[in-house]
Write a protein that binds this ligand. Structure first.
Ligand SMILES: [Zn+2]
Length: 345
């Protein structure tokens, strides 16, 4: 063999660094027109003695080269696989990427939390229409025609005469009493959307209320105060202090507003609570005899209490917000901040 001995070829093959190099060696030496193949073709021209010796020599060279090629191919293939595996290896120490899942709106979570507390206190859920008749929204609740709530500036009236977007969830009081048909007790909460023509940092034209109504024999102001105090402490934490102030609502008599200690100053007095240490949380009172009568109950036989509160106001308190319009702007950067709020589902 001319330029290279077969031992040199085998040595070169065992050092080859690519499969392409191996292919080249194979073609040049043991391929169809390779050097050894050509030499074997020339054996028949040699005398018999010479032919056998030379034939054995060429066979040995061919076998050695083929074996070297196979071995090196295996090595290079294994290495390529190792590199591929290395490239694909998962780094289990990388921080995970949280999938972009949705979540309940903070107001929905607060509404459900309020519902949870009241359902545990024995209330059941009741609902009414958002487009309400003036009878259910005003008259039945003892709201006289000259009441400010009935003026165009405060309410959204519908083109159909006699209909209004309900200005509070209180009409459900009348509807619930009608549905009970005189049965006792009536003990319902009515969460839902309400509408008024207000728009500032603490008012939006569409907002959410939770109404509560209890009617039974011998219901007193003590029942009202006890129930609402437990509810507020469950909602805002046992350390919150409460107080009741007398107030006026057309559908309750007496009427009471409930205050809780200011979350900002813990009752010390600050700008938020106008230095009083208290902020109003809800309105309530004993159901007015006219309202009981309009619901089909005899005020000489039964009594009741009712309360209503804004879900937004509770949310602002729970989340420490000073502008409730943030809750309605659908800004995902703002809403995502509530994703991991503990305790609120
Ligand atoms: Zn304060």
């Amino acid at each position: 063999m001319d330029e290279l001995s077969w031992q040199e070829v085998v040595a070169a093959i065992s050092q080859a660094s690519t499969l392409a190099e191996l292919k080249d060696w194979r073609t040049r030496w043991v391929g169809k027109h390779g050097r050894i193949t050509e030499l074997m073709k020339g054996l028949s021209d040699l005398p018999p003695e010479e032919r056998r010796r030379r034939g054995q020599e060429l066979n040995q060279a061919r076998e050695a080269i083929l074996a070297a090629l196979t071995q090196r191919e295996q090595v290079l293939t294994d290495r390529a696989e190792e590199r591929a595996l290395e490239a694909e290896r998962w780094d289990l120490t990388l921080p995970g990427r949280e999938p972009d899942t949705g979540m309940l709106h903070p107001l929905t979570r607060v509404r459900r939390r309020i519902e949870d507390v009241l359902l545990r206190l024995g209330f059941s859920l009741a609902y009414g229409p958002q487009v309400e008749s003036e009878w259910y929204n005003f008259e039945a609740l003892n709201i006289p025609p000259n009441h400010p709530a009935r003026e165009m500036q405060d309410s959204f009236f519908v083109d159909i005469p006699g209909l209004v977007l309900r200005t509070h969830t209180s009409p459900v009081q009348i509807r619930a009493m009608e549905q009970h048909q005189g049965r006792l007790p009536v003990k319902i909460i009515a969460p839902g959307l309400t509408y008024r023509r207000d728009d500032d940092a603490t008012h939006v034209p569409m907002f959410q209320q939770v109404e509560g109504l209890v009617v039974d024999h011998g219901i007193s102001v003590a029942d009202l105060m006890g129930t609402l105090t437990v509810m507020v402490q469950e909602l805002l934490g046992g350390s919150v202090r409460t107080r009741f102030r007398s107030s006026y609502f057309p559908f309750t008599e007496p009427s009471l507003e409930m205050d809780v200690t200011c979350a900002v100053c813990q009752g010390q007095g600050c700008r938020v609570c106008k230095e009083t240490g208290w902020v109003e949380i809800l309105g309530s009172g004993l159901v007015h005899p006219t309202v009981l009568r309009n619901g089909g109950y005899d005020p000489d036989q039964v009594s009741g209490f009712a309360f209503g509160m804004g879900i937004e106001r509770i949310a602002m308190r729970l989340y420490g917000l000073d502008d409730l319009r943030l809750l309605y702007q659908n800004d995902l950067r703002f809403l995502r901040g509530f994703r991991h709020q503990g305790g609120l589902r």
